[in-house]
Design a protein around this ligand. Structure first.
Ligand code: ADP
Length: 360
């Protein structure tokens, strides 16, 4: 692999323009979230190290990173749960440190852990939350009806929550987080633990919600396909720093080599990896074990042709070969030097912020 950090310039991310020294904070688009050189220290340990980014109104923004990267700490600071050590965060124009109550009124937060009450019905869970947030009585029923419809749980409104599947419960929690009509929605790994069908249902629901309401969404995820499918822009965080920030398309094209050839041979001679590296336009070769290689190239057709010719000439038989465009997995490896799937033992989620007027 080429040096994954090559070309990276410190804590503000150098892909795209949004993160570099907060250049777009003064731009014309309205900003739902502005994070400005934010730092979090736990004693001597710096968990978040001077990160800058901003999220435009209506955007779906993804925070992607390995465990311990600082994603939850970032969200906890933005949602008023923990104090900021240095720097600033503004949510809908409100300074998080100076105006935490105003921030709490405009945000909805969906923690990773499912927290709805199992012994209450779907509707009761929503109702209690609406009351907690002082949603006036006459608005409550209408808001709940509308949300149940959006999350496709109308016919389950009278069912006890314990009767719901994991995916349905997640949808209930999302509805609950929207019951006070927040304009900015924070979701921590919204589909972790769900089966593939439920994951797609949650994605569709989030897209649907965004098209019905003026809502900005910031989510953390470790699923590349989720980030790719849902997010307008993605920030990759590693060791408390922003290492890349841009649209999924721009991130993918920022990785040298636009095509990935995954090839497995019957056997591979000792110098095979080096010889693969020597093929035309190859930018990196990753050995995956069992004579399997992942070859990144900027000229898929040429490299594939040369690879097949070299194999035939050398008497090395190809067992399988696929050619595909660069994925966000390649982006992640490029910027962090690690595979995201190696990093997924997640020890903790985060809790709900206190309701307005309460101390964190
Ligand atoms: P992520 O959400 O990306 O997995 P976190 O924000 O949870 O990462 O953690 C970032 C780093 O800060 C980790 O090294 C974690 O151990 C550390 N950390 C998180 N919370 C605390 C705490 N309360 N005290 C000390 N260290 C913490």
């Amino acid at each position: 692999m080429s040096d994954p950090k090559s070309g990276n310039g410190g804590n503000t991310g150098n892909v795209g323009t949004a993160a570099l020294a907060c250049p777009d904070h003064g731009g014309p688009a309205a900003k739902a979230i502005e994070v400005d050189h934010i730092v979090k220290k736990y004693r001597d340990f710096t968990a978040v190290d001077g990160i800058c980014f901003s999220v435009a109104d209506g955007e779906i923004f993804g925070l992607l990173g390995p465990n311990g990267a600082g994603k939850s700490t970032l969200i906890r600071m933005m949602t008023t749960l923990i104090p900021i050590t240095a720097g600033h965060a503004r949510i809908s124009g409100h300074d998080v440190a100076r105006e935490p109550d105003k921030v709490r009124r405009v945000i909805g937060v969906i923690p990773q852990a499912l927290t709805s009450d199992l012994d209450l019905t779907v509707e009761e869970n929503l109702n209690i939350y609406a009351k907690l947030y002082d949603v006036p009585g006459h608005e409550r029923k209408q808001a709940i009806d509308e949300l149940l419809q959006i999350v496709d749980l109308t016919k389950w409104r009278g069912a006890q929550t314990k009767a719901l599947s994991g995916g349905m419960r997640r949808r209930l929690e999302i509805a609950r987080g929207l019951v006070h009509s927040p304009t900015i929605f924070f979701l921590d790994e919204p589909t972790t633990g769900l089966d593939p069908v439920s994951r797609v249902a949650v994605w569709e629901m989030l897209t649907n919600i965004r098209s019905h309401r003026q809502l900005t969404i910031l989510l953390t995820t470790h699923y590349m396909d989720e980030a790719d499918r849902l997010c307008d822009r993605i920030a990759i965080v590693d060791h408390g720093r922003l290492v890349a920030l841009d649209t999924p398309v721009a991130l993918k094209s920022s990785v040298p080599g636009s095509t990935v050839i995954e090839v497995q041979f019957e056997n591979s001679p000792a110098d095979w990896e080096q010889r693969l590296h020597g093929l035309g336009e190859v930018t990196s070769v990753q050995s995956e074990g069992a004579a399997m290689y992942r070859v990144l190239t900027s000229e898929g057709t040429r490299t594939t042709t040369e690879l097949v010719e070299m194999s035939v000439r050398s008497g090395v038989r190809i067992r399988s070969l696929t050619v595909q465009n660069t994925t966000l997995d390649d982006v992640f490896v490029h910027y962090t030097g690690r595979q995201l799937r190696d990093e997924l033992v997640k020890p903790l989620g985060f809790v709900m912020p206190p309701r307005p007027g309460m101390q964190p």
